[in-house]
Write a protein that binds this ligand. Structure first.
Ligand code: GUN
Length: 293
């Protein structure tokens, strides 16, 4: 019988812990942590993500603000605003919601954010510090995955972790975190991608399999070892006649056939997803209190 890794439950617990710390800090005279989000244009998915972030900030007692720009904004106008925020002592965390309009370089924008306010952990300085094991802001999804493993006491030391997908925001950083010399590292990590040969042979050896491919139900039962731990990072909206909204969410893993083979598995929705916003809150609290683990 498999165990579900309940990200929604863990996220609720961590949010409560954050809210308690904020309350304690305020009673000691500290100000509320303040997260600013820059939102360019009106992409529906980005609007939804940002509204979830704002709601989560409110729930744990943070201040939050959105700065909106039309999708005609120039790169320079954005850079001027970011530099202004970098200097503003009242603001602890700044995120620029991605993707941006095509005429704006995401790299230039990310590199303008002051690394000490880069609670998304996307700045090359944070990526670099994380890579060599220095205190850094770690991006939301990799941090959320490691936190789930930690809270479920799923050991990584000496295990073979296979990550499918090498994106800068999930696959690559999680592969680095799991190989680091610390409690939730020490794994032997294989990073697979679109050019990997014999993928199935590799995934079948995984004690911990992390699916971050971005393809609906890519991981099938024949790719998974018995009693593996499977972490599904994918989110795909598909039409459904069974739900009120007419939609349901699927992951990168074919859950119904893979789950019976697993020791632990994350569901979609309710697995990795709820942990990502929690990581952003954790990073913003760290910035406000200058506390790194
Ligand atoms: N777009 C999709 N995911 C993210 C994220 O984690 N941070 C930002 N800034 N934009 C995103």
């Amino acid at each position: 019988m498999y165990n579900i890794i309940d990200g929604k439950r863990i996220a609720t617990i961590i949010k409560r812990e954050i809210a308690e710390e904020v309350e304690k800090n305020i009673s000691c005279g500290m100000k509320k942590p303040h997260l600013v989000t820059i939102l360019v244009g009106n992409d529906g998915a980005s609007e939804t993500y940002v509204s979830h972030k704002i709601k989560a900030c409110k729930a744990v007692g943070f201040s939050s603000s959105i700065i909106r720009f039309s999708d005609k904004v120039t790169e320079n106008e954005l850079i001027i605003k970011i530099k202004e925020i970098n200097k503003d002592k009242d603001i602890d965390g700044l995120i620029v919601q991605l993707p941006l309009a095509k005429h704006i370089s995401e790299e230039n924008i990310i590199e303008t954010i002051e690394p000490s306010k880069d609670v998304d952990g996307f700045h090359p300085i944070n990526m670099g510090r994380m890579t060599i094991g220095l205190p850094a802001y770690v991006s939301a999804t990799p941090q959320g995955i490691v936190e789930l493993l930690r809270r479920y006491k799923i050991k990584t030391s000496g295990k073979h972790c296979v990550v499918i997908g090498r994106s800068n925001i999930v696959g690559r950083p999680v592969s680095i975190l799991l190989s680091q010399k610390n409690d939730y590292g020490n794994a032997t990590v294989t990073l697979c991608h679109s050019r990997t040969k014999n993928l199935k042979e590799i995934t079948k050896k995984a004690d911990i399999l992390i699916a971050a491919i971005g393809q609906k139900e890519f991981v099938t039962e024949d790719m998974v070892k018995k009693d593996a731990v499977v972490i599904d990072v994918g989110i795909h909206r598909v039409k459904s006649k069974k739900t009120k909204s007419g939609w349901k969410l699927k992951g990168d893993v074919k859950f119904d056939e893979v789950a019976p083979k697993c020791k632990y598995i994350t569901p979609v929705p309710g697995g990795v997803g709820p942990m990502t916003i929690v990581s952003l809150l954790t990073n913003t609290l760290k910035s406000a209190t200058n506390k790194f683990d």
